[in-house]
Write a protein that binds this ligand. Sequence first.
Ligand SMILES: NC(=O)c1ccc[n+]([C@@H]2O[C@H](COP(=O)([O-])OP(=O)(O)OC[C@H]3O[C@@H](n4cnc5c(N)ncnc54)[C@H](O)[C@@H]3O)[C@@H](O)[C@H]2O)c1
Ligand SMILES: CCCCC=O
Length: 485
Amino acid sequence: MSYPTQPTASHFINGQYVEDTDGAPIEVIYPATGEVIATVHSATPAIIDAALDAARSAQAAWGAMTGTERGRILRRAADMMRAANHDLSVLETYDTGKPYQETSVVDATSGADALEYFGGMAATLTGEHIPLGEDWVYTRREPLGVCVGIGAWNYPTQIACWKGAPALACGNAMVFKPSETTPLCALKVAEILHAAGLPEGLYNVIQGLGDVGAALVSDARVDKVSLTGSVPTGRKVYAAAAAGIKHVTMELGGKSPLIIFDDADLENAVSGAILGNFYSSGQVCSNGTRVFVHKAIKHAFLKRLSERLATAVIGDPMDPQTSFGPMVSERQMSIVLDYIAKGQAEGARLVFGGARMDREGFYVQPTVFADVHDDMIIARQEIFGPVMAVLDFDDEADVLARANDTEFGLAAGVFTCDLTRAHRIAAGFQAGTCYINTYNDAPVEAPFGGSKASGVGRENSKAAIEHYSQIKSVYVRMGDLEAPF
Ligand SMILES: NC(=O)c1ccc[n+]([C@@H]2O[C@H](COP(=O)([O-])OP(=O)(O)OC[C@H]3O[C@@H](n4cnc5c(N)ncnc54)[C@H](O)[C@@H]3O)[C@@H](O)[C@H]2O)c1
Ligand SMILES: CCCCC=O
């Protein structure tokens, strides 16, 4: 490995790299080869303490700065992140296995967008004046205090920024714990923020597994927890945060529906299904993995989908031509292969792929099952890999009811050329993020998040501000105050 993937130290606390080799080692594995490319150490209680103390001490002065001053630092960090895009993208590719073709245009770019957007918004975060005759109330929008961010492994840089940028813009401090599977890129985010002028202690990164996350969530110094992860983890983290009456954002998993009507533009619909199932090798939370295709176009859809999947360039993620890479880990690969076996055992028809690839690394072929029924395991559980389930339908009301018949509610999409039907279906979806004739766009300007078991709160957009700040009302009396005695 010629690229420097070993970080200076495992943690970033109070503006500098910190090591504590008493913590259990965590090996970082390049998914394309299985090679160990770095080792970090899990945070010990002393490291957890140091990070939370640093955040607590730094927050008050940061919260007292003007929004313009805070925003200037975040916007400078955004520029620095864009300037470092190539190196950050290479590191993200080594960390996750996602093709450089993706990481070079999505990950650090999306992180920089968040820093720029919330940096621009910081100065606009004001309260309001509420007249009450000669008296009045004014409100102050105040920070929450210390926010903990806990990340998943599929978009490590993006997640570190989607949580850090609004938290810092609102005047909070953050302690961020990346996924143990992809610990490298959040350290770079911390480095860049501090190089851009962020005072020390405001964005700390510590490593570890669920036990470190759990210790952070239950700590009395923490005011807010934002998790990106699976629904089972979300249930635990939400419960632990509730015990301390902490604010939460829960960005959790999904099993989202994508409905393709017979009047849809077929080529666009196939594009949507590909983007919503095979981008990042299918490891995207909002993926539309239950693809309901109108019976009249089912054969044409499957034929065109198979033709286009055959053109995927599967291989070395660092090759800019590669458009489909490995699963993030051996564990995730075996989870996905187990689901493929279950799909076959349940009688779904394998139309494309269906196997591990005969090469080093954790590669699973893009896989499509047709004739899937609503009650099959592959149609009900989140797989988080490149496995598309195609289900038939011929009635609008019926397909909408089937699309909503799930505990999840992260995303949903519809392809149709009928304008009124498109909006009727979008209104009927029980999901936080919906798409019409597109799939998986996630611009910083739009709220992103789930309903039902898929989450609480929203990331990105003005909506995120509500989840990283609180309103204080101040009552002001101008005249004398009467009392009953
Ligand atoms: N909604 C979204 O925006 C979004 C985005 C990306 C991924 N996801 C979801 O994330 C999942 C895949 O990621 P994953 O496998 O890393 O998820 P995961 O739930 O296994 O882990 C997520 C994070 O939580 C930590 N964690 C585990 N147990 C914990 C505990 N008890 N207390 C505190 N922290 C704990 C992990 O160490 C990790 O950092 C999928 O379900 C996917 O849909 C959601
Ligand atoms: C579309 C971007 C979603 C990030 C979650 O995995």
